[in-house]
Structure formats: structure tokens, C-alpha cells
Ligand binder design. Structure first.
Ligand code: ADP
Ligand code: ASP
Ligand code: MG
Length: 447
């Protein structure tokens, strides 16, 4: 079997759904499990409804609900019950007068609930296809809005509920992004989480391949919205792609590759608008290429926190105390730089920033800087090549570089710049490392 995940733009309207279901129908002999995102923009719309309810703008919330309702109705029969249920959920949240993360997830889940039903109905016009509610299979903890899957329980349920229905000549369609807690409350994996659902399902069911169908030709040498000349990367290793996803290459949710790596399942990124392309294959050991750098990624909205204390001098236990603060508040740290008397760290999740700053205050003087971006270059061969840092920083001699980390994994170099400079920095680096004509390899298409 294979898993085929379709992102929001690939199912944005009836025509896109038709194209996507044709792509699945053509591969029906590979026993596809289809994982579907919400129609493009719908998750953001639903979260905006939640925000309007939380801020007392009930009328505005309802008008956005009406738009979303209209957009879906008519794409398939039988959507009214879900749309009415959504309206009921909104009314209850409105009368409670407050929005909890659990209510937010319940509201956001309707995007995938609706899109997966529409997809299943379109697909069953072509080939035998069953819709299965992902919430009965993907079991998570209760960290609503960024729930963590219980892999054992999810595998058990997939085996029981999905396995008997996947087979050559028929397809199963499920929603990405959504799951439920053991007590049956709806949860989500966080924005972009359908990629993660797809690899998780694939790993649990032992798929031969997971295909991520999106709106670009594959994983590219930079975000094509920032660098229009970016090239498609034909092959890339799990390690390299995982670093890129983690450091901001939006084409994959940061955790997408974790289940695939564990089971060694290749992940292929493909363009739903050009289904005959070769795409990008992410697989073990797809190492070196012509350029020492495979790709550049960039993560915006970064905050740097610096703790300065003379207690650090010659003392041990300081870093442990510092990291414990972040651990207690379940906040991930990306880049760390230390000097004799200070430590700087970056984070992109500010939800717990206030209590974190308060506790860090007991360790030393704390300063924060917002509006930063992480720029990351990744390449399996970086460690073996000389002069990379000189080339990188040589073309950025007029840019203020705040922190530098030569990745502990040996395959990345990450540094921090002001957010306003991020695009220019990525474009300049791309020019410096990918000048000249594109190698033939990237143009290759299968026979
Ligand atoms: P989907 O809705 O299919 O999940 P996303 O919008 O989440 O699609 O991801 C695809 C987008 O990721 C592309 O349109 C592109 O702008 C962006 N992107 C960022 N970095 C990269 C990269 N290195 N390679 C390809 N796409 C990238
Ligand atoms: N629909 C969700 C989002 O927009 C999940 C996804 O598309 O992967 O974040
Ligand atoms: Mg995505």
C-alpha cells in the first residue's frame, strides 16, 4: 500500500478535487490510503471564527461561517449534518463567552472533516473508496492545538479499522491533522499537521511509500516564494530533509519525517498540478550532491532570550537549571550560544514566555529580542568541505549576524538575523551557492 496526502491547494475547489481524485484513481492498484487537508484557507478561516467568538464579535464570526458553509455546500451531497454541527459548536462557544484550546481544535477539525468527505465522494465516482473518520484512529494526548500522537494505540486502531479496508483496487480516504483524545475529545496536531498524519499512518501500516502531493515540484533549494529561481532537489536524505522541515521549509510539517525515518519508508514530494514530475525522493542515505549545500530554510518570528550572570563563571549546574525552565514550560529551544557569563537561546513559541522570563530572572539578568529569523543551510557534505563559512558570511558582510551555530548534526549551519533581512539573506546565499546553469539531473523525469 501507499499513502497519498493532498494539501490544501491540491483540494482547494471542485476542479482541484477532481484532478486529485484522478491522480489517486490512476494509482488504485497500489492500494492507496488518501490523507486530505482542509480546502486552502479553511483552517485559517475556522481559527479566525474562533478568534472572533473569543473577542465577542459574534456577528462577524457568523458571517465567516456562512462563507465557509457556502464554499463547501454543493461540492458533495450529505455535508449539511457536519455544517450544522459546526454551527452548534460555535453557538455553544459563543454562549460560554470563552474559547478553550479544546474548543478551538473542535472548530478547526471541521475543515478536514468536510474536505475528506468531499474527496471520498468524488473518488468513489471513479473507483471503490471508503471514508474513515480519522478521529477513531489517531489517538493523541490532551495538548490541544499541538497534540502528541499515542503511536501504539494509533497503530492498533489503524490495524483494526483501516487495514481490512485497504487493498488493491480500492482506496480509503481519511482526514489529516485531526485525532481524538482517549476520552473522545477532538484534537489536532497543529498547523500543517496533515503531513505528519500521513507519515504516521504510513509507518503504522508499513506503507511502501508516502507521497506528499502539494503545489510545488518537490523540495527545493529554497522557498520558491522567496527565491523564484529555486530548483527542485531530486533526492535528499532523511537527515537533511528533517533539518529543513524543522528549520522552516514549510513544504513539510517539522515532525513529518520522524515516523518515516523510524520505519525507513521513503517520502516523495510531488506536484498535484504536474503529476508526471519526478518530484523529490526523501530516503535513507541519499547523501552528497554537486553542491555542498542542498537547500536553505528560514524560520521567522524568532525571539532570542539572553541570560547574563557572573554565577556562570567556573560554576557547574547553571545550564541544567536554565534548560529546566524551558523543559518545565514545554518550550523548545532552537539555537544556543554561550559566552563566559551569558547564554543566548532562540525560541519560536512564545505561549509560555512570561513565566519563562520570570523564572530565568532568578538565574541572572534577562534580556529579550523579538523580530528575528533563523537562516539555515543544510547539506550532508558540509562537514567535509572547506570555506563554507567564509563563503556564507563573505556575502553577508553588511548584515548584522546575531548568533551562529554550526549544527551539532554536522549537516547544518544556522544563524540568526533580523527578520527584515531574512529574504535578502536567503536570496544572496542562493545566488552564491547555486550560480550557473542548473545541472541536468534536476530536470530528469521518469521514463
Ligand atoms: P500544502 O497545502 O500542500 O501542505 P504548504 O503551503 O504547506 O502546502 O507547503 C508548500 C509550500 O511550501 C510551497 O508553496 C512553498 O512556498 C513552501 N516552501 C518553503 N520552503 C520550501 C522548500 N524548500 N521547497 C519547496 N517548497 C517550500
Ligand atoms: N489544514 C491544516 C492547516 O492548514 C493542516 C494541514 O493542512 O496540514 O494547518
Ligand atoms: Mg502543508
Amino acid at each position: 500500500m501507499i499513502v497519498m496526502k493532498f494539501g490544501g491547494t491540491s483540494v482547494r475547489d471542485a476542479a482541484a478535487m477532481d484532478r486529485a481524485s484522478e491522480i489517486v484513481a490512476e494509482r488504485i492498484d497500489r492500494a492507496p490510503l488518501v490523507v486530505v487537508s482542509a480546502l486552502a484557507g479553511v483552517t485559517s478561516g475556522l481559527l479566525e471564527i474562533a478568534r472572533r467568538i473569543a473577542t465577542g464579535q459574534w456577528e462577524n464570526a457568523v458571517s465567516l461561517y456562512d462563507e465557509i458553509r457556502l464554499r463547501h455546500l454543493g461540492m458533495a451531497d450529505g455535508l449539511e449534518p457536519d455544517l450544522d454541527e459546526l454551527r452548534g459548536v460555535l453557538e455553544r462557544a459563543g454562549s460560554d463567552g470563552r474559547m478553550t484550546p479544546a474548543a478551538e481544535d473542535r472548530i478547526a477539525s471541521f475543515g478536514e472533516r468536510l474536505s475528506s468527505r468531499i474527496f471520498a465522494s468524488k473518488l468513489s465516482g471513479r473507483v471503490p473508496a471508503a471514508h474513515i473518520d480519522a478521529r477513531g484512529c489517531l489517538i493523541t494526548d490532551e495538548r490541544f492545538t499541538r497534540a502528541v500522537p499515542n503511536v501504539g494505540e494509533t497503530a492498533r486502531r489503524l490495524e483494526e479499522i483501516v487495514r481490512p479496508r485497504v487493498g488493491e483496487g480500492s482506496a480509503v480516504v481519511m482526514a489529516g491533522y485531526i485525532g481524538s483524545t482517549p476520552s473522545g475529545e477532538t484534537s489536532t496536531l497543529g498547523r500543517g499537521g496533515s503531513d505528519y498524519s500521513a507519515t504516521l499512518f504510513g509507518a503504522c501500516l508499513g506503507a511502501e511509500e508516502v507521497q506528499i502531493w502539494t503545489d510545488v515540484d518537490g523540495m527545493m533549494t529554497a522557498d520558491p516564494r522567496v527565491v523564484p529561481e529555486a530548483r527542485t532537489i531530486p533526492r535528499i536524505s532523511f537527515d537533511e530533509a528533517a533539518e529543513l522541515a524543522y528549520f522552516g521549509a514549510k513544504v513539510l510539517h517539522p515532525l513529518t519525517l520522524v515516523p518515516a525515518v523510524e520505519k525507513g519508508i521513503p517520502v516523495r514530494i510531488l506536484n498535484a498540478a504536474r503529476p508526471d514530475g519526478h518530484g523529490t525522493v526523501i530516503a535513507p542515505g541519499e547523501g552528497a550532491g554537486d553542491s555542498p549545500v542542498k537547500s536553505f530554510a528560514c524560520k521567522r518570528g524568532i525571539t532570542a532570550v539572553t541570560v547574563t550572570s557572573s554565577r556562570m563563571l567556573m560554576a557547574h549546574g547553571f545550564l541544567r537549571a536554565l534548560f529546566e525552565v524551558f523543559d518545565t514550560h514545554e518550550t523548545a529551544v532552537d539555537v544556543v550560544a554561550t559566552s563566559e557569563v551569558s547564554v543566548s537561546l532562540t525560541l519560536d513559541d512564545e505561549r509560555r514566555l512570561e513565566p519563562i522570563l520570570e523564572e530565568l530572572g532568578t538565574l541572572g539578568t534577562v534580556t529579550i529580542e523579538r523580530g528575528l529569523a533563523l537562516v539555515c543551510l543544510v547539506g550532508a557534505d558540509l562537514k567535509n568541505r572547506r570555506g563554507i563559512a567564509a563563503k556564507v558570511f563573505g556575502c553577508l558582510d553588511d548584515v548584522n549576524i546575531r548568533m551562529i551555530s554550526q549544527g551539532a548534526s554536522n549537516i547544518n549551519l544556522t544563524f540568526v538575523v533580523g527578520e527584515d533581512h531574512a529574504d535578502v539573506v536567503v536570496r544572496r546565499l542562493h545566488d552564491a551557492f547555486f550560480e550557473g546553469p542548473e545541472p541536468d539531473d534536476t530536470l530528469r523525469r521518469p521514463g
